[in-house]
Design a protein around this ligand. Sequence first.
Ligand code: SF4
Length: 215
Amino acid sequence: MDGRILRQEVVKRTDMLKKVLVHICCAPCFLYPRAALLKEGYQVLGLFYNPNIQPYSEYQKRLQTVQELEKTGGMRIIYRDSYDLDEFLRGVAFREEKRCLHCYYMRLKETAIVARRGEFTCFTSTLLYSKYQDHESIRRIGTSLADKYGIPFLYRDFRSGWKEGIERSKTLSLYRQGYCGCIYSERDRYLGYKRPKQNKRIITEDKGMENEKTA
Ligand code: SF4
């Protein structure tokens, strides 16, 4: 094999080894990002960790939907089935207006830790598929965690696949929730409140919002 072919082989093998851990907020939101990342040549594994979902019956429903999708869709998912509700609520109490920052932080932090342990190439999140999430804050928190845990955060704007993902989830008859996850968002859908704008601050330490620093 000449040098050029050998180099191509090495590049090909390296590509095949690209392994991304995708934080999954719910089954429908996983469909498009997974397909897009597979197309990019990534080996895709999911991680379910969502202590923000309330009440517990709703959490169970979303978890079971992901499990069903895993069985029928031939995909691999890691479950961090730890319902850390107390930690979530402590993090948002008295800061309800900025609750999403803590919520992103908790879930992305867990993903970064598991990704590093599992020797993944990088990590990302299905939160980047949603039109309703604050992409800039997710990107900043992801990048900050990447620095802290030494594993790259893969930023992608999956919103272009919004409609495609919805259609596919309907075809598969997946359970589709009516609100984001926390009890505040459950209230807001009835009262018609808009989610407060999250600012561009990132959380850098385990103590959460108390140790925010301006990005
Ligand atoms: S609105 Fe959604 S992202 Fe924001 S805190 Fe609630 S569950 Fe988390």
